[in-house]
Design a protein around this ligand. Structure first.
Ligand code: GLC
Length: 797
């Protein structure tokens, strides 16, 4: 069992069980059904939203990762002793006799024992409804009868977060208590997003509600009467005095508190259901409230959630000697990517809510293993956010459908990149004929045309020396002023564009667009030659040039002498030949790799440089300034594996694997079950501390690095290619993967002592010999089987 200080994975890996409320940082879950969502930390804090965590927040929350003291809470009061505590650690912070927080797929359960009463709170979001359910169980652990009062507490936000000018915003919120339904309704008369007329003067268009399936004893919607002027959330006067103000209307600082009283028989148990939601209208709200009065309904929806996640999780399964890789691949990287990045788009370190053009496209690569139709939906959604000249939004907001247009040079190219991956996976070329409008033109064009416009806009933005212009940055957002005057160049982008040109020319060829096939090939070859001629710095490629021609990421630089992406992508894209590839990967290992993984650049910038970008303004070692940026670090694993450097590939993978149990968790601080955006580099006093968990593009890519490159099972136009690059100590592994509708059960066994360990020697398909003693390549191409079949593949290496 994988155990860490503060917690462990359940035997099936589907829960991470935290055994104390006092983890080094908030360890959270992001629960979402793609519309409604919430975050919940191990202390019980967090917030809720619908569709967009920033534009349409339901409850208030402040980003304070030290106090973590904003949430939706439940107080329990023993009316005989008058002692009270909370069902979760916050906000009362009594020292419980037992405390367990189980973060699962689509739910979190927090159990605790206080004053000889055991509580268990399960929070989940049903699959298709804008509501969250809280099931609270209480068990009397004594043989005397107990009289308890339960109080809930949350602060309404209802709109754009944060509502920092609360005195202004509170005046628009209206609350109402309905005795028959046992619910508090809340509406807001103002939503400060622009209306069609460009001004804000319209209602928040939902109806929020908070209900319970018992008779409510009392309620309050006024923060002041609940907390008391000189009390606080850990000792609110309403709970101290067992008395709620029964105030509602639109004159208060709006909260919701429902009070239910219970008798607990000796050793007896009670179970309550609370809801919190944001419905389209009163009718929908009423239906949800009625529906979730019944424990049977709750149980069946909870089962639906679990079944949905089981289905998602089960489609790709691996078994390797490394348990921490297995649990991340089989469960948590999928969950993080889907629940956190694609559906929720929110977390503690970043509230998000918007779609990043390159971000969610890359995340959607994960669905290729599970349900490629979801990748297709994402591709089409992003294509709709492209302009007719080929440029795209950097990010855009759902709900208001506005976005940021800037000069970042790589965004648009992720569209063809992901389309290529989709085609390799599915072989479904009909996607290229999908007709999709542009942001600024309702006249639809084919997806092929969308990709072509993205590529050709990029081809039109080159320097006179023949390298792509970086504009307002590339994948690295922090290089945002390198090329604002239209001269600075990006070497990483040269590699990336080369790859897209090569792969897309193949696609053009396959659909008979011979002219483009040749045009892209010629451009690719020219680019490869140029990048090797002028971007070579002796032992690595430099990263970019500024508008004034100065190099970034070169030996000549004082800080930022070498950048990771300009090396790894030369290998991934194939711009570097074998000899250069070995030189640059050695430089990466020598200058960038440290005990926590490969740094994004080194040395970190110490002085802000107005002609590089804001990354030079971060503290040294922080985020893109000389830390391990996990997203980019996954590409290092890929590059090592492409070069068949199996020991290095696995070493680097192990360093960045968050579930690797060899980490000192008090230094690392973050959740072991999800990837962090970054880990602080050696020039930081917090060297080794991880942050920005959940909301990071690294989860989808880490899974890809493991499955496609370490295990080496990857989709190609022709079929599934298997070319493992496993560490010498592994003797075997197993993968179940769905590809084009059939199941591949792949068992790989290593018989030779070859330390490179990477040549496929013999292959049996359904017990029949398929390949023996191939000498021309190290991997094997498996055929595409009839959809619906299950196929046993035995590979001997
Ligand atoms: C953030 C952005 C992502 C970008 C990365 C590197 O994660 O969301 O789009 O590529 O930073 O700057």
């Amino acid at each position: 069992m994988l155990t860490y200080k503060y917690g462990y994975f359940s035997p099936d890996g589907r829960e991470f069980i935290i055994t104390t409320p006092k983890t080094p940082k908030p360890w959270i879950n992001v629960i979402s059904n793609g519309d409604y969502g919430l975050t919940i930390s191990q202390t019980g804090s967090g917030y809720s939203w619908r569709t967009h965590a920033q534009l349409n927040r339901i409850t208030r929350w402040e980003q304070d990762l030290v106090r973590d003291n904003w949430g939706k809470y439940i107080y329990i009061r023993d009316n005989q002793s008058k002692k009270f505590w909370s069902a979760t650690f916050k906000p009362v912070c009594s020292e419980p006799d037992l405390y367990i927080c189980r973060h699962g797929l689509g739910y979190t359960t927090i159990e605790s024992v206080n004053e000889e009463i055991k509580t268990s709170l399960t929070v989940f979001v049903p699959i298709n409804e804008p509501v969250e359910i809280w099931v609270l169980k209480l068990k009397n652990l004594t043989d005397r009868k107990r009289e308890v009062s339960i109080f809930t507490y949350l602060e309404w936000l209802l709109g754009v977060a944060p509502d920092w000018h609360r005195e202004f915003h509170k005046t628009f919120i209206e609350t109402r208590f309905d005795q028959n339904l046992n619910v508090i309704f809340a509406k807001k008369r103002l939503w400060d997003i622009p209306s069609e007329r460009g001004h804000w003067n319209a209602d928040w268009k939902y109806v929020a509600f908070h209900s319970v399936n018992r008779d409510v004893e009392s309620f309050d919607c006024d923060k002041q009467s609940f907390i008391g002027m000189y009390n606080d959330l850990h000792n609110p006067s309403a709970v101290v005095n067992n008395e709620l103000g029964r105030k509602c209307g639109n004159s208060y600082d709006a909260i919701a508190s429902l009070n239910v009283n219970l008798s607990l028989e000796p050793n007896g148990e009670e179970e309550l259901i609370f809801t919190l939601g944001s419905a389209d209208d009163f009718n929908m709200a009423k239906n949800l409230i009625e529906k979730y009065k019944s424990m049977d309904q709750v149980k069946s929806e909870f089962e639906n959630v679990k079944n949905m996640w089981d289905k998602i999780i089960d489609s790709l399964y691996i078994e390797t000697p490394d348990e921490s890789l297995n649990v991340m691949t089989n469960v948590w990287l999928k969950y993080q990517t889907i629940s956190g990045r694609l559906w929720g788009r929110s977390a503690y370190y970043q509230i998000g809510g918007a779609y990043g053009f390159r971000d969610q496209l890359q995340d959607s690569l994960l669905f290729l293993y599970i349900d490629p139709s979801k990748t297709k939906e994402q591709i089409i959604l992003h294509a709709k956010h492209q302009f007719k000249d080929g440029k795209v939004y950097h990010w855009w907001h759902p709900i208001i459908e506005t976005g940021l247009v800037n000069e970042v040079s790589d965004n648009r190219l992720w569209l063809p990149f992901v389309v290529i991956k989709y085609l390799e996976e599915t072989g479904d070329f009909s996607i290229l004929d999908e007709k999709i409008p542009f942001v600024d033109d309702p006249e639809p064009a084919s997806l092929y045309e969308h990709c072509v416009r993205a590529i050709e806009l990029s081809l039109s933005k080159f320097s006179s020396r023949g390298l792509p212009l970086i504009g307002g940055g590339d994948w690295n957002d922090g290089l945002n002023t390198v090329g604002l005057d239209g001269k600075g160049e990006s070497v990483w982008l040269a590699h990336f564009l080369y790859k897209i040109l090569i792969d897309f020319s193949e696609i053009a060829g396959k659909i008979g667009d011979v002219e483009r096939r040749e045009f892209y090939k010629e451009n690719a070859e020219r680019l490869k030659q140029t990048v090797n001629e002028i971007a070579w710095d002796g032992e690595w490629y430099y990263r970019a040039t500024k508008d004034n021609g100065e190099k970034i990421g070169s030996k000549q630089c004082e800080d930022g002498k070498i950048f990771l992406n300009a090396q790894t992508w030369a290998i991934i894209a194939g711009t570097a030949d074998r000899e250069r590839a070995e030189i640059i990967i050695n430089s990466v290992e020598k200058h960038l790799e440290c005990e926590i993984g490969p740094l994004l650049l080194y040395p970190a910038y110490k002085k802000p440089d107005p002609f590089i970008g804001y990354l030079t303004r971060y503290a040294a070692g922080e985020r893109e300034n000389g830390g391990v940026y996990t997203h980019a670090a996954t590409w290092c694993v890929v590059a090592e594996a492409i070069l068949k450097r199996n020991q290095s590939a696995y070493r680097i993978l192990s360093k960045i694997n968050p579930a690797n149990p060899n980490k000192d968790i008090d230094i690392y601080c973050a959740e072991p079950y999800v990837t962090p955006g970054n880990v602080q580099g050696p020039e930081s006093p917090l060297f080794g501390r991880a942050g920005w968990t959940w909301y990071t593009g690294s989860s989808a890519w880490l899974l890809r690095a493991i499955v496609d490159y370490i295990l080496g099972i990857r989709a190609t136009f022709e079929g599934l290619y298997v070319d493992p690059c496993i560490p010498p100590e592994w003797k075997s592994f197993y993968v179940k993967r769905v590809f084009r509708g059939s199941i591949y059960m792949i068992e790989v066994t290593k018989t030779s002592e070859d330390t490179q360990g990477s040549r496929v020697k013999k292959v049996y398909i359904n017990d029949e010999l398929f390949v023996e003693n191939q000498s021309n390549k190290s991997g094997v191409l498996l055929p595409v089987f009839k959809a619906g079949t299950v196929n046993k593949i035995k590979i001997i290496m």
